[in-house]
Write a protein that binds this ligand. Structure first.
Ligand SMILES: C[S@@+](CC[C@H](N)C(=O)[O-])C[C@H]1O[C@@H](n2cnc3c(N)ncnc32)[C@H](O)[C@@H]1O
Length: 260
């Protein structure tokens, strides 16, 4: 793994991570040699946080789970990046008490908005933590893939419920509270004042293919995932949607009040 800032290559790529890393790498390249302040909300055991710290950035992971944070701390130490990873137990919708407002260059929130009680305050918290011009990497569960997945496995009632439910959930026994389409996910970020720059599908095909194909042709699968990731309708059928958004560098124009 490359450790020099500005020439970040990232960890080995898989269908779960390749598209996200390529978007993040473009942002890191854009920032050149700067040491970035990164915040990973619900960062879990550090699958993204630790490589970013290895690349020389300062990463704070806020997560509700002490067990995940303990695993993160071990992983960061094993990777030789323990001094650049700060683990904080806390809630994603109460970042103001944990992270200085407008202090973060890059915020990650991956696979979290579908499990929290209410996603809007979490996204508002992410946006408030970003400096003007800072970027957000948000990964959410896709609704269409879940509908197709249920149907293909013969669970037609669950598929119909999931398709019709306003939140994209099958109900209280569903492991996720909600799922998103590209439009609903983008609207959530825009409501918090973020400008959505890119939307990609993650795992368009990976979960649909027989294991023999996925395991037998990993390089071809990776290439096809990358080729389809940004293209509707393929993008919209992905198991997860990745949104890359930015806090505008200047606040939107205030309406000019006519003189009395
Ligand atoms: C599915 S895991 C995703 C972990 C990591 N972001 C990834 O993509 O591999 C969800 C994580 O969010 C954390 N989490 C759930 N609700 C949270 C909340 N309200 N505030 C902070 N973290 C939360 C969980 O403890 C867990 O580590």
């Amino acid at each position: 793994m490359e450790q020099t800032r500005g020439r970040f290559t990232g960890p080995p790529l898989t269908p779960r991570t390749a598209v996200i890393w390529s978007v993040l790498r473009a942002e890191l390249d854009r920032r050149g040699d700067e040491e970035l302040t990164v915040l990973d909300v619900g960062g879990g055991t550090g699958g993204f946080a630790v490589p970013l710290a290895q690349a020389g950035h300062r990463v704070t992971v806020v997560d509700a789970s002490p067990d995940a944070l303990a695993a993160l701390t071990r992983r960061a130490a094993d990777a030789g990046a323990g001094d650049r990873v700060h683990a904080v137990q806390g809630d994603g919708d109460a970042l103001a008490g944990l992270v200085e407002p407008a202090s973060v260059d890059l915020v990650l929130c991956h696979a979290v908005l579908e499990v929290v009680d209410d996603p809007a305050p979490v996204v508002a918290s992410l946006a408030a933590a970003l400096r003007p011009g800072g970027a957000a990497s948000v990964l959410v569960a896709g609704r269409a893939a879940a509908v197709l997945g249920r149907a293909m496995n013969g669970h037609l009632t669950a598929a119909a419920t999931l398709a019709a439910d306003p939140c994209g959930s099958t109900g209280p026994r569903d492991t996720l509270r909600r799922r998103y389409d590209a439009d609903t996910a983008a609207a959530l970020l825009r409501a918090a004042g973020l400008a959505v720059e890119e939307i990609h599908g993650v795992r368009v095909l990976a979960d649909l293919l027989p294991a023999a194909v996925a395991d037998g042709q990993p390089a071809a699968l990776l290439e096809l995932e990358r080729a389809l990731a940004a293209q509707p309708p393929y993008r919209d059928l992905a198991a997860q949607l990745h949104l890359f958004a930015r806090r505008p560098a200047t606040p939107p124009d205030r309406p000019v009040r006519p003189r009395a």
